[in-house]
Design a protein around this ligand. Structure first.
Ligand code: SAM
Length: 259
């Protein structure tokens, strides 16, 4: 990841984020969404438990074998390094929790479980939630399952395998997802492939969240193509995350905001 590229892109985002705090959002629903999901700061009682676990993982010296589906090369890493590098930040994971509550979402699909920290936020938004999360590395998945046990979460179904092979069957079996979080291979080809597969299984009320939309030119190209997709209406560009709506009542428009 090129730090200078990201710094430049972030600066550009700061200058262009005209909808910060909800400015210029005319749809009352989307305005409420911006206030209650993006800018809400109140903590929920489940947050500290998950963050305590994240902190513990940052000191975990066990090693895990990792299968890298991007390069096809396997490697060995310490859990603590995975916890530092691979997980969505607290701020983003908590936004996802609030999104789940706001939508009263039940069926959620996560592409890329890693150690299961964001999964835990998604699953703990309500006991009624059914969370399916897909992960390729078996040893990482084992630790994620341990973490769900520690947190007492019984509503997560973790499916191990290359998403290229597992996604189609999962989509066919599960109820239409209310929320899909794309956080696996951060490249254009995989992102669009998974997006196109998932978009065939949505309802109007479904919301997609795409991680790392400005990480590279390639990911920006994927994000631009997603925004142009005929089923997509409103999108929110928070720099780190892209949020995608499909409801026809919303304008086909991108809201850029600082988060
Ligand atoms: C960025 S991490 C996920 C972080 C997690 N969502 C969180 O916020 O805590 C990406 C994960 O996706 C997995 N992954 C990447 N490409 C994959 C593929 N094609 N099939 C299965 N898993 C994949 C990696 O092994 C890695 O654990």
């Amino acid at each position: 990841v090129n730090i200078l590229f990201i710094a430049y892109k972030y600066l550009q985002h700061l200058l262009q984020s005209k909808n910060t705090k909800g400015h210029g959002i005319h749809s009352p629903y989307l305005y409420r969404f911006s206030q209650n999901v993006i800018y809400e700061k109140n903590p929920f009682y489940t947050f500290p438990k998950i963050e305590t676990l994240r902190r513990k993982l940052k000191f975990d010296n066990r090693t895990v074998a990792i299968k890298d589906f991007g390069t096809g090369k396997d490697r060995v890493e310490k859990v603590r390094d995975v916890a530092f590098k691979s997980l969505s930040q607290k701020k983003e994971a908590q936004l996802l929790f609030r999104l789940m509550c706001f939508l009263k979402a039940k069926d959620v699909l996560e592409l890329g479980t890693s150690l299961g920290i964001t999964t835990s936020y998604l699953a703990s938004s309500s006991p009624k939630v059914r969370c399916i999360s897909l992960e390729g590395s078996e040893e990482i998945a084992k630790i994620a399952i341990e973490n769900f046990k520690t947190l007492g979460l019984q509503n997560v179904d973790l499916i191990v395998g290359n998403i290229d092979d597992t996604l189609q069957a999962v989509l066919q079996k599960m109820d239409k997802p209310d929320v899909v979080f794309f956080d696996a291979n951060h490249n254009m080809k995989a992102t669009l492939q998974y997006f196109n597969q998932c978009v065939e299984h949505i309802e109007q009320k479904t919301v997609f969240i795409i991680d790392d939309i400005h990480r590279s030119n390639d990911m920006e190209d994927a994000w631009n193509e997603i925004k142009r997709h005929p089923k997509v209406t409103a999108t929110f560009d928070l720099f780190q995350l892209g949020i995608v709506f499909f409801n026809h009542n919303f304008p086909k428009k991108t809201y850029k905001m600082r988060f």
